[in-house]
Design a protein around this ligand. Structure first.
Ligand SMILES: [Cu+2]
Length: 167
């Protein structure tokens, strides 16, 4: 029995010191995670989204998810389009990344609004428009797209008469 007791105590001591070491390491990790959550982490739930229509095309609603699209830096926005909305040919000074979250849209490239030349985007579809590439969109039903990129996000209409601010 004695032969077994001594090793058992040693094992317990090793285990205990190991556990203490783990605990202090874990608390360090927790502190670090909390620190990160203060400095950069964000989580947006659907119920937190504030839809508005400022600056957008009639028939659309706009929500800022992350960042500020009017400033330089990464941004994430969502655009809700009513069914049957035509977004005329336009381009951006930055790459535009589009993901369809709900609905169905047709995305085409080129300076002419030609739906037949476009491609259908169903839920989960993603498209990247390189900077300065003219493109257009049509919503076959009410559609929400998420757009992300490097701000500032600017829209340049191929046909200046299409600019909703001039209507
Ligand atoms: Cu665009």
């Amino acid at each position: 029995m004695k032969k077994h007791r001594i090793p058992a105590i040693i094992v317990m001591t090793i285990l205990a010191s190991y556990c203490f070491a783990q605990t202090s390491q874990e608390s360090k990790k927790t502190d670090h995670a909390q620190h990160e959550s203060h400095s950069g982490h964000s989580l947006v739930k659907p119920e937190d989204i504030k839809w508005g229509s400022e600056g957008a095309l009639p028939g659309t609603e706009f929500a800022v998810i992350s960042g500020d699209p009017s400033k330089s830096g990464q941004f994430v926005i969502r655009i809700k389009m009513r069914a049957g909305l035509k977004v005329p040919p336009h381009w951006h000074p930055m790459d535009e990344h589009i993901t369809v979250l709900t609905g169905r849209a047709v995305l085409g490239t080129g300076e002419k609004y030609d739906l037949a030349a476009g491609k259908e985007m169903t839920v989960g579809s993603y498209g990247r428009l390189p900077k300065k590439m003219p493109h257009f969109l049509f919503s076959k039903e009410e559609t929400i797209v998420q757009v992300h990129g490097e701000g500032p996000f600017q829209v340049n209409w191929v046909n200046p008469a299409d600019d909703p601010r001039k209507k």
